[in-house]
Design a protein around this ligand. Structure first.
Ligand code: ATP
Ligand code: LTN
Length: 330
């Protein structure tokens, strides 16, 4: 049986080069490796306040970016999380197998809630990993490709699966996070000690930025003392981040990228990084625009919704049966 591969992106804002390097660029390859379930985590987007129209637009964008990245709806199942009600139902059951203590230790929750007034932190933000575990479990996913920041949530899903299976037998499939070697955590260009993220507007390259803006941002990226282009994340976080971006764009190792820049100055280095990013992102943006114009994402989502519901409902029934929910209508 072929491997099941599942991942999602939440439509919370403008997608960044971090999202591209961490996840999007791998999708084309993944769909030939196994059975891919790739979705828009729109229910997760509700865990922080978001304008309804913005959410709708962002959701279309994420699907269009999936397609622009080379996902083929004939090969992969592309869908909206909210179009498969089994996610919410599984969430209601599985929430009982994750505990407050472990949820409160999640880095993403700590980071996001630290910026908020305590009385305005929604339960959904706290319970975020339960819904994410439901997403993964419903498709019997073997592999979950994510950026490094999401690895902790997949590890928690593994704990849940263990706990559940110990109690009810081998009901749930054990998933594994897969974090790419190069570019698991792209950092902000204005502060290379923090993650480039779509909710942090400074120092980001957005996937919709025009080539001129991309070049400008890279040329003015914060670099480090010295003049050697060397990979040393601790002492040279700015240069290391740009080297990682270059390696990811060229699909080469960090060592190969380093080798390429031996003896070159920062200015020349940055200019080549900008060329490399534009070379990849410009055709990607052209495909994105065409997908938006032809609205080809609509059919992809309709087909995906049918396939996703079939598989998810099947697993949901298995879960319901295991925990003792009555099924007298068969
Ligand atoms: P937010 O800032 O709203 O939390 P985000 O930019 O972190 O959003 P997500 O929707 O959480 O985006 O991420 C989608 C996928 O992209 C996840 O697998 C995540 O790990 C990955 N990703 C996000 N930012 C980066 C980054 N800077 N480097 C590598 N991967 C990333
Ligand atoms: N939490 C993820 C989005 C996400 C996801 C998932 C990723 C929701 N459910 C299941 C992988 C598998 C994020 O913030 N990117």
């Amino acid at each position: 049986m072929s491997e099941k591969i599942l991942t999602g992106i939440k439509p919370t804002g403008q997608l960044t080069l971090g999202n591209y390097i961490g996840v999007l660029r791998h999708l084309k390859r993944l769909q030939d490796r196994g059975d891919c379930y790739i979705f828009v985590a729109d229910l997760h987007a509700l865990t922080l306040p978001i304008d309804p129209e913005v959410l709708r637009q962002n959701s279309i964008d994420v699907v269009a970016f999936y397609l622009a990245a080379g996902l083929d709806p004939q090969k992969a199942t592309i869908f909206l999380q909210s179009s498969v009600s089994a996610h919410a139902e599984a969430n209601a059951i599985l929430q009982n197998y994750l505990y407050m203590g472990e949820l409160s230790r999640m880095t993403q929750f700590k980071d996001k809630s630290a910026k908020m007034n305590e009385s305005a932190i929604g339960l959904g933000l706290f319970a975020y990993p339960v819904l994410m575990a439901s997403d993964i479990i419903l498709y019997d996913a073997d592999i979950v490709p994510v950026g490094e920041d999401q690895k902790q949530h997949v590890e928690l899903t593994r704990d849940l699966v263990n706990r559940f299976n110990n109690r009810y037998g081998e009901v749930l499939k054990m998933p594994k996070p897969e974090v790419s070697k190069v570019g698991k955590r792209i950092m902000s260009l204005s502060d290379p000690t923090v993650k480039m993220s779509k909710s942090d507007l400074k120092g980001d390259i957005f996937l919709k930025d025009d080539p001129k803006a991309i070049r400008k941002k890279i040329m003015s990226a914060v670099t480090d003392l010295g003049c050697e282009v060397k990979y040393d994340p601790e002492n040279k976080p700015g240069i290391s981040n740009l080297l990682t971006i270059y390696a990811a764009m060229k699909d080469i190792s960090i060592e190969e990228a380093e080798q390429h820049f031996v003896g070159k100055r920062y200015g020349e280095f940055k200019s080549e990084v900008a060329d490399a990013v534009i070379e990849v992102i410009e055709p990607f943006q052209n495909r994105y625009r065409q997908i938006i114009e032809t609205k080809s994402y609509v059919q992809a989502l309709k087909d995906g919704q049918i396939k996703a519901n079939a598989l998810a409902n099947n697993t949901l029934n298995r879960i319901k049966k295991a925990v003792g929910l009555l099924d007298i209508y068969e």
